[in-house]
Design a protein around this ligand. Structure first.
Ligand code: GTQ
Ligand code: FE2
Length: 372
């Protein structure tokens, strides 16, 4: 909707352009202002656009820039109580003043040096970690130590105590995703400190949650029933990789309806509902086989991607960007997106789609082929 200037148009005939009228109108606007009132016809343009007009812009951060800077901060800034985490937020240039990747998503590089600990705390913000490379850190979620390794997705749903400890002699880094901007704009933030050191320093290969929920299609009878977020805190790369490989094999074998044109994808889901693993963020892994070109599209969900393996090209609103290992991309609402790759490409993706879906706001073009 464009701003209407209701003082013009047919004004002469109606006597709306006399000096007396203009003076009264100016006085009315002053008094509106003093009373904290804004007439709709004088609001900024874009208040009710015909289609989304995001302030956030499509943006790409190079891993080659991110990693060395995160490492430098480890030499200069200790991690501990107060700062809580050595996490460096990626700020969208269209959202100056806030280190937010999109209006709803926080994306950060977190870096933990050898033998370093990030103390336990909990908050209403939901978090995940995606591990680009390395290992040696256990994230302890409500007392359950969860190993973090290359390609794994680790969850920290809201209000769970969590701390991270690096038990190795090498640094480790990963991508954090949180709904910090969404929780901030809706004033839903609560935060509590936990113990200064993680309460369980054991380093099991499998967390208790994985032992309980790790059987495909097997729900512990003691835990039958929907839970808002996944009880499984770790989605292991071996499983993700096998699922993507199988999709492409099935395509090779000529089975229709599994994979579209060499583009395999899995969504990380909550085994108690089949829905998204987290309440506010949709997490997925995509694999394009060598030579694949994705179907172009756009969605009102905003998203952040990280290249896990391979190289490719992403076209965002017509602008081409090359992609390589570790690069992070912010994609605002209603951005035209297409992907292609010569080498093959594995991409981790997070979006705010679960929020929008719950509110019946999510629009996607072309429409998703499989909608329940
Ligand atoms: O690891 O607990 O990037 O609380 C931002 C806030 C990470 C975390 C972030 C956090 C964390
Ligand atoms: Fe946290």
């Amino acid at each position: 909707m464009t701003t209407l200037d209701q003082t013009s148009g047919g004004a002469a005939a109606s006597g709306f352009d006399t000096p007396e009228h203009q003076a009264k109108l100016a006085a009315l606007y002053r008094d509106f202002d003093a009373a904290g009132m804004t007439p709709l016809w004088r609001t900024r343009e874009g208040l009710m656009p015909f289609a989304p007009e995001p302030r956030a812009v499509p943006h790409l951060w190079r891993w080659a820039d991110l990693y060395p800077l995160a490492a430098r901060s480890a030499e200069l800034v200790p991690v501990g109580r107060g700062g809580e985490r050595r996490a460096i937020g990626l700020g969208n240039p269209g959202l100056p003043g806030d280190p937010y990747a999109t209006p709803t998503l926080w994306a950060a590089i977190q870096y933990l040096g050898p033998r370093e600990n990030a103390p336990e705390h909990r908050h209403t913000q939901t978090a995940f970690r995606f591990v680009l490379e390395g290992e040696g850190v256990w994230t302890v979620v409500d007392g359950d130590p969860v190993a973090m390794r290359r390609g794994d997705l680790l969850l920290t749903p809201g209000w769970r105590f969590h701390g991270h400890q690096n038990v190795s002699d090498v640094p480790m880094t990963w991508l954090d995703g949180l709904d910090i901007p969404f929780v901030a704009t809706t004033d839903q933030g609560f935060f509590e400190f936990g113990p200064d050191v993680v309460r369980d320093t054991t380093t099991p290969a499998r967390s208790r949650g994985e032992r309980l929920w790790g059987g495909p299609g097997l729900t512990p009878v003691s835990a039958v029933g929907a839970q808002p977020s996944s009880p499984l805190m770790a989605y292991r790369w071996a499983h993700t990789d096998a699922a993507l490989t199988a999709q492409l094999e099935l395509e090779d074998e000529g089975h229709p309806g599994v994979v579209e044109a060499g583009h395999a994808a899995v969504r990380f889901t909550n085994p108690t509902t089949g829905g998204d693993a987290l309440t506010t963020m949709r997490t997925e892994m995509h694999r394009l086989r060598a030579g694949a070109v994705s179907r172009p599209g756009r969605t009102t969900a905003s998203s952040v991607w990280q290249v896990f393996e391979g190289t490719g090209t992403v076209v965002l609103n017509g602008a081409e960007h090359s992609l390589t290992h570790g690069d992070v991309v912010a994609i605002p609402s209603w951005t035209d997106v297409s992907l292609r790759t010569h080498t093959g490409l594995d991409l981790f993706a997070v979006s705010d789609a679960p929020i929008l879906e719950r509110l019946s706001l999510l629009r996607t073009h072309p429409a998703e082929q499989v909608e329940s």
